[in-house]
Write a protein that binds this ligand. Structure first.
Ligand SMILES: NC(=O)C1=CN([C@@H]2O[C@H](COP(=O)(O)OP(=O)(O)OC[C@H]3O[C@@H](n4cnc5c(N)ncnc54)[C@H](O)[C@@H]3O)[C@@H](O)[C@H]2O)C=CC1
Ligand SMILES: O=C([O-])CC(=O)C(=O)O
Length: 215
């Protein structure tokens, strides 16, 4: 591979989501089969041994797109010269909680990581915030990285809401999900989210099928 590797950070790499996305990034599903990546995985110090296990598993896969894999527990090393950041590491909801109930625990993580983006990352870094409440954390992170990393480089992961709405329409209409188009999601990745199916297009065989009777 002739391209220079991207340095890609995944935080919370020892957790549920982090563990499932690192392989997809490492094997070329995200940046393409001819783009090498150096994967940098950050977690908190008590998770160092788990992180080392994840690192060993990735090395054992002998993936041609994986130019290097580092497991670290401090932000300076993690954010140094990165091109992309997947900010997953944060507390998840427990029973009875709303995503906004995670603010107290999680906002401080994204303040600190915003500062680390400003201090250590490439100014061209692109950042996807997954840790909840994702939209608020993305805003906090962007605010603390301001002056170094432009606001437009930050996204919050709300795609899941769009996928869920599309999949539910497909289930109700009894069609493959590929037959559902133009679903829109408004609002936050929270209880204020609004799946908007008014402009959706659903096709069964060759027959347009919208709105169905149950809508
Ligand atoms: N935006 C979205 O669509 C979704 C967001 N989420 C959110 O993603 C986050 C992670 O979820 P899971 O992987 O299921 O949780 P998890 O608890 O399995 O993993 C979280 C990991 O983050 C680590 N961590 C905690 N503080 C950290 C810090 N300061 N720096 C680096 N790592 C840190 C933990 O040690 C743990 O390994 C949660 O906030 C969850 O609510 C979950 C699903 C969908
Ligand atoms: O529900 C949660 O807490 C995790 C999440 O964001 C989702 O699955 O949409």
């Amino acid at each position: 591979m002739t391209k220079a590797p991207f340095r890609v950070l995944v935080t919370g790499a020892a957790g549920q989501i982090g563990y499932s996305i690192v392989l997809q990034i490492a094997k070329g599903d995200v940046f393409g089969p001819d783009q090498p990546v150096v994967l940098v995985m950050l977690d908190i110090p008590p998770m160092a041994a788990v992180l080392e296990g994840v690192q060993m598993e990735l090395i054992d896969c002998a993936l041609p797109t994986l130019a290097g894999v580092e497991g670290v527990t401090n932000e300076e090393q993690a954010f140094k010269d990165i091109d992309f950041a997947f900010l997953v590491g944060a507390m998840p909801r427990r029973e009875g909680m709303e995503r906004k109930d995670l603010l107290a625990a999680n906002v401080k993580i994204f303040k600190s990581q915003g500062r680390s983006l400003a201090n250590f990352a490439k100014p061209t870094v692109k950042v996807l915030v997954v840790g909840n409440p994702a939209n608020t954390n993305a805003l906090v992170c962007a605010k603390y990285a301001a002056g170094k990393v432009p606001l437009r480089n930050f996204s919050a992961m709300t795609r899941l809401d769009h996928n869920r709405a599309t999949a539910q329409i497909a289930l109700h209409a009894n069609v493959p999900v590929a037959n559902v188009k133009n679903v829109i999601i408004w609002g936050n990745h929270s209880s204020t989210q609004f799946p908007d199916a008014r402009h959706a297009k659903v096709v069964k065989g060759t027959i347009p099928l919208w709105p169905p009777t149950w809508f």
